[in-house]
Write a protein that binds this ligand. Structure first.
Ligand SMILES: [Zn+2]
Length: 491
């Protein structure tokens, strides 16, 4: 068997890198593996050894992740370990490294031992050596696929990739990869956006012109073009160069209020006080200048994507009036707009029961959680299937007092046996003295007198014995819908 020609190997390597998974199905950005490859390529460019200790990689790649990955809890440990499965990463002696109890990956303290090294596999290095300019080309692919347009050049610069590198004459990529690497954007997008905003920055109003052409005004994509953001006016915003970069860095976000689209500045935006005031803080909680007439302004779905995937930290104080937590009565323990990194880590959303029963249970819960949704502190192993509800009534007292906040879990918690558990249920046909939604202890009574072991009767018991047990006979069981399993009281 002969080895492939250098050109074939180069094309295969380029495709292998582009095939690395970089997003989840919910549109969540996952640039972690690509950023690790990018870091390793910059090491190759500088002529350093392909292998480096994890501790060094952690320090340098974590910094890239903090700057260019979404604002979620993350670590270089994940790409360092999991990129091996893409055959683009080698950890010599990997099979001897002990794994955590979960059995999936080594503990971070294990990886930090000085003998743990990682880097691009030798065949990848050989292909790079045989194809001048290939490393730069792949670096450019990675950056185009994962980084906002306004930040691409500075990232390449920062990592030492040379603009003047020769471009290897590779055969064209198959069509599915071209969508990522070639910006097949609508050439008219910039013109339409800038015209709709009358050539002015939507945030600061800057509008210099030269010979009738706007200077320093760009058409920003709210949802990035490389993250399936469309070239439509309602995904565009005319911004001056600086406000464009600050938007793409997540230093500010949009907020669709009822009568206006507002700017919210992040509590993580930093810089000297004068610049920060002049460029950002004076616009905080202020409305943007939007297109006049019937032209569409930013679409809430794109605003929401940017808020989740790009914006960093939390909106700083003071919040616009509509985002302020209700003052009357002030309730301790509720958290508004927690940072993305805290959600389902130390808090869960407090939902009204109808919301919990509807969209949340249908698996579209993230969509019903808005900036107005209060969150409540919780501990333990939390998942996006956890939510809290306010208990009304004393049918489960004293264990669950009237007015308390109950942590419940949907999802897999509902799949197991419910026998003896306290379950949040919805009753289509609510018996007297009971609301449509109710927490009750679940007991199924099986009828052993026949050879059929199915539920013959379900009893929904109140802990407060002044309430009658709700009995659902065989035919009525379909009227009962379980929404979550009660776990604990949170307040
Ligand atoms: Zn501006």
């Amino acid at each position: 068997m002969s080895s492939p020609s250098p050109l074939t190997a180069a094309l295969q390597l380029r495709q292998a890198v582009l095939s690395v998974n970089r997003a989840s199905r919910n549109g969540e950005r996952a640039p972690h593996k690509h950023l690790l490859i990018l870091w390793a390529l910059s090491r190759w460019i500088k002529g350093e050894h392909r292998l480096a200790p994890f501790a060094l990689i952690e320090a340098e790649v974590d910094r890239l992740l903090r700057e260019y990955a979404p604002d979620r809890k993350t670590s270089a440990r994940y790409p360092f370990w999991y990129l091996q499965s893409d055959k683009l990463w080698e950890i010599p002696g990997s099979e001897l490294i002990p794994l955590e109890a979960s059995g999936k990956r080594p503990a971070i303290t294990t990886l930090r031992q000085p003998h743990i090294l990682g880097g691009l596999p030798a065949p990848v290095i050989a292909t790079l050596n045989l194809n001048p300019g290939l490393a730069q080309l792949i670096a450019r692919d990675i950056v185009r696929a994962n980084v906002a347009e306004s930040l691409q050049e500075e990232l390449l610069d920062q990592l030492g990739f040379d603009d003047d590198a020769p471009i290897p004459s590779l055969p064209p990529l198959p069509a599915e990869f071209q969508l990522v690497t070639r910006r097949k954007r609508d050439p008219d997008f910039r013109r339409r956006v800038v015209a709709a905003y009358l050539g002015r920055c939507a945030l600061c109003g800057h509008g210099l012109e030269h010979e009738g052409h706007p200077v320093g005004i760009e058409a920003a994509h709210i949802r990035w073009h490389n993250q399936e953001g469309p070239d439509e006016l309602d995904n565009g915003l005319a911004l001056c160069v600086l406000h464009h970069k600050l938007l793409d860095r997540g230093f500010w976000r949009l907020h669709a209020a009822e009568s206006a689209t507002l700017c919210l500045v992040s509590d993580k935006a930093s810089g000297d006080e004068t610049s920060l005031n002049a460029w950002l803080l004076q616009h905080h909680a202020q409305p943007l200048r939007l297109p006049q007439g019937s032209l569409p302004g930013p679409h809430p779905a794109h605003i929401d994507w940017h808020g989740r995937e790009v914006f960093r930290g939390s909106p700083r104080q003071p919040l616009p009036f509509e985002l302020r937590p209700p003052q009357n009565p002030p309730e301790s323990g509720l958290i508004y707009s927690p940072a993305a990194s805290r959600r389902y880590v130390d808090c869960v959303p407090l939902l009204d029961i109808a919301t919990a029963a509807g969209p949340f249970l249908a698996g579209t819960g993230q969509g019903v959680i808005t900036e107005d949704t209060p969150w409540v502190a919780a501990s333990g192993k939390l998942t996006p299937h956890h939510f809290a509800i306010r208990v009304l009534g004393d049918s489960m007292s004293p264990k669950i007092p009237d007015g308390s906040i109950a942590l419940c879990q949907a999802g897999t918690a509902l799949a197991g046996s419910r026998e003896g558990k306290i379950v949040l249920v919805e009753l289509d046909d609510s018996p007297a003295d009971s609301g449509r939604f109710t927490l009750k202890k679940y007991h199924s009574v099986k009828n052993v007198s026949t050879d059929d072991w199915q539920h013959k009767r379900i009893e929904l018991q109140s802990l407060n014995k002044t309430y009658p047990t709700i009995v659902l006979e065989e035919g009525q069981a379909a009227e009962l819908r379980a929404i979550g399993v009660f776990q604990q009281i949170l307040n």
